[in-house]
Design a protein around this ligand. Structure first.
Ligand SMILES: Nc1ncnc2c1ncn2[C@@H]1O[C@H](COP(=O)(O)OP(=O)(O)OP(=O)(O)O)[C@@H](O)[C@H]1O
Length: 708
């Protein structure tokens, strides 16, 4: 078997594993934790993939400790190198085979996610820079293969996507579902790389631009979810198709409790968004683990971006980071439960090969075309030059020579321009297997194979150990030979005790899960209540302040955008613009004398050149005035005031000389007063009926109008 063949074999074996691989890493006690005299409550059994966490608040034996089993576990002494070689190296090898792969670090704030993904300089570099080295040493070995390597770096901060490689960009980044590509981010800058150094530079630029802040739990706490994306296109020989490998390296923001981080103001707002996105991620993991019909990917940008990595076509490794301190027991258990659920997620990785329309193929075609064009043009230039010489020699027409020299110059400029274009394109591509001495190449390959074999063996050892433990439990009784009845009884008593302990711990687990469920439910109910209040408030405003036509207009313009996963308002312009282009329909135009006169001289005044457009009137946003109906209390109040007025009038009437004269005409003062009162009452009634739009009765009290 050739060395290259064995390399690809090792990755093929890995591709058969479709479950999300889950590994746990525990960091050492921090200085702060040591100062606070925290003890370590975590025990790691690397050979079995088991982590045990002791409960510092245990009230009974059942609550004493909890054990979880994963694909691999790493203790506080584990090195970055070991973690990479054993778990990540085989995954990156799959990327180079054309798979989509993803590594994401999850855990409480300050537990070492950024340390694991990026690491520190020197020996402690993390997964991301190690992946660069692996990719580029693979490229250096692959003779006869052309590569196009690019990286993107983004963060999700407060539910907004930001381009970490073009931080000043004002472009909007949206999520779009593309056929064959999955969910992609629009307008994201793609940085072409020619070496591991280029990638490292891009990573450092992005890290510098990433949003971080200090909290009580981490001096450099990441306040966003960061995704570093590597895309590798590969074409072998003169093939007309290519492979594409994609690697997503995700450093999530840490889950946190306000009481521990002491977050206030902006930090608190960030924490709310972080926890919300992480809880959406938890819901997705839960739904996938439970094989639910609906997976709530659309609940957050993070889950939409990780859609392919969780339950999709990607090979995925989840790294759950935990801290060992007793004070973080609850958070550690939450992380471990999360991770345990993720173990049962099944992905369906597919190789991206036989792709016929990739960027690299297009570039190769363009390079071929440019080369052909340059050689054609260069020949033309040579011919022209030759002709020029002959012309000089024959000493013929002087101006002809100048003309040809100009053409020659232009031709050269054109060739230079094309050559520049060609060089730019060629510079973007990388030829595999360059500048490497064969023996170095061979040694590096051997070393990688050995690392892959060791990783494979370690994985198998853990699996074997887990299987042995399981079988020991079930078969030990069968293997046992009892010398006496008493021995058998003792054995069975021990077994019963063990089973009982197990039962108790399962009961405890159910109890804990129930408590978590109740807490989650309470949170959902609170969120629901809050949403209902907000909705009512919105309706109150709409009902009282938005005119009904305006409301109907907005509703008719509202449209649900699947890609944005939100409602948008269609541009009104689409509705208002006439479907066909406006044209001058009246030959008699222009109509003013000046225009008719000018029309003969200047075509811009001619009727057929004048467009007849209707003015776009702004939409009406007001209503006709409708007088308000008088409510009974106000009516009573007005009556009261009028009564008082009448009483005053009564006094005035008594004093008025013309009343005196009328009374002299035969009507008593008392009668006069009665009529006056009646007239005023009728006036009030008529006005109120008018105001309430009710029919006004025939004028029974004409005197009311007289009085008016
Ligand atoms: N395995 C480890 N060995 C040594 N030090 C570690 C390890 N893991 C983490 N640390 C240290 O712990 C501190 C916190 O780590 P880090 O910033 O990576 O946490 P984080 O999980 O990314 O936090 P956040 O979610 O707040 O961003 C750092 O000083 C880091 O160097």
């Amino acid at each position: 078997m050739t060395s290259e063949a064995s390399e690809s074999n090792s990755t093929d074996k890995l591709s058969s594993n479709e479950s999300v691989q889950v590994i746990v890493r525990c960091r050492p006690l921090s200085l702060q934790e040591l100062q606070q005299q925290c003890t370590s409550v975590v025990k790691i059994y690397s050979n079995r993939g088991v982590i045990e966490v002791e409960n510092p608040k245990a009230r009974s034996e059942n609550e004493r400790s909890k054990m979880f089993t994963y694909d691999a576990v790493y203790d506080e002494k584990s090195t970055q190198q070991a973690l990479y070689d054993e778990t990540i190296r085989p995954l990156v090898a799959s990327v180079l085979e054309g798979y989509n792969c993803c590594v994401f670090a999850y855990g409480q704030t300050g537990t070492g996610k950024t340390y694991t993904m990026e690491g520190c300089d020197g020996e402690d570099i993390g997964i991301i820079p190690r992946a660069f080295d692996q990719i580029w040493s693979h490229i250096a070995r692959k003779t006869g293969v052309e590569f196009l390597v690019s990286v993107r770096y983004m963060e999700i901060y407060m539910e907004e996507i930001r381009d970490l490689l073009k931080i000043k960009s004002t472009k909007v980044h949206e999520l779009r579902e593309m056929p064959g590509e999955g969910v992609v981010v629009t307008n994201l800058h793609s940085h072409n790389c020619q070496s591991a150094k280029d990638m490292l530079k891009a990573m450092k630029t992005g890290n510098f631009n990433r949003t971080t802040g200090a909290t009580n739990m981490n001096e450099h706490s990441s306040r966003s979810h960061a995704i570093f994306q590597i895309i590798i296109e590969m074409v072998e020989g003169h093939s007309k198709s290519m492979k594409v490998g994609k690697l997503n390296l995700v450093d999530l923001a840490g889950s946190e409790r306000q009481s521990k981080t002491g977050a206030t103001g902006d930090r608190l707002k960030e924490a709310t968004k972080i926890n919300k996105a992480l809880s959406s991620l938890g819901n997705v993991i839960y739904a996938l683990a439970e094989n639910s019909a609906h997976i709530p990917y659309r609940d957050s940008k993070l889950t939409r971006l990780l859609q392919d990595s969780l339950g999709g076509n990607s090979k995925t490794i989840m790294i759950a980071n935990v801290g060992p301190a007793s004070m973080n027991y609850d958070e550690t258990i939450v992380t471990l439960r999360y991770a345990y659920r993720a173990k049962s997620i099944k992905n369906k990785p597919i190789k991206n090969e036989d792709i016929k329309d990739g960027k690299l193929l297009l570039m190769q075609q363009e390079i071929e075309r440019l080369r052909a064009l340059i050689s054609e043009k260069s020949n033309g230039v040579d011919m022209n030059g030759l002709n020029g010489q002959n012309a000089e020699e024959s000493d013929s027409d002087e101006s002809d020579n100048v003309e040809k020299e100009k053409q020659l110059e232009l031709g050269k400029m054109e060739v230079d321009e094309l050559a520049k274009k060609l060089k730019t394109l060629e510079k973007q591509m990388v030829h595999g297997g360059k500048d490497i001495v064969d023996s170095v190449n061979e040694n590096e390959l051997k070393l990688e194979q050995q690392k892959a074999e060791i990783a494979d063996r370690k994985k198998k050892e853990i699996e074997m150990q887990q299987r042995i433990e399981l079988e020991e439990e079930t078969c030990s009784e069968l293997k046992q030979v009892f010398a006496s009845l008493q021995q058998q009884v003792d054995f069975k008593r021990d077994k019963l005790k063990r089973i009982n302990n197990k039962l108790q711990s399962i009961r405890q687990e159910i109890k804990d899960n129930h408590e978590v469920y109740l807490k989650d439910r309470q949170e959902i109910e609170n969120a629901n209540d809050e949403a209902t209040v907000n909705l009512r408030q919105a309706f109150l405003i709409i009902d009282n302040f938005v005119p009904s036509e305006e409301r109907s207009r907005i509703i008719s313009l509202a449209q649900f955008d699947e890609n944005l996963d939100n409602w948008i308002i269609k541009k009104e312009i689409e509705k208002i613009l006439p479907s066909e282009r406006p044209r001058a329909h009246n030959y008699r135009r222009p109509i003013s004398d000046y225009a008719i006169q000018q029309g003969q001289l200047n075509p811009k005044y001619r009727g057929e050149n004048v467009l007849d457009l209707k003015l776009d009137m702004p939409l009406r946003t007001t209503q006709d005035y409708v007088p308000p109906a008088i409510c009974p209390q106000i009516k009573a109040l007005v009556n009261d005031v009028i009564k008082k007025e009448m009483d005053n009038c009564h006094v005035t009437i008594k004093m008025a000389p013309h009343s005196m004269s009328r009374s002299a005409g035969g009507v008593s003062k008392l009668e006069q007063e009665g009529k006056y009162k009646q007239a005023l009452r009728s006036l009030v009634d008529v006005n109120s009926l008018k105001a309430s739009n009710k029919p006004v009765p025939p004028r029974s009290a004409k005197s009311a109008y007289h009085l008016k």
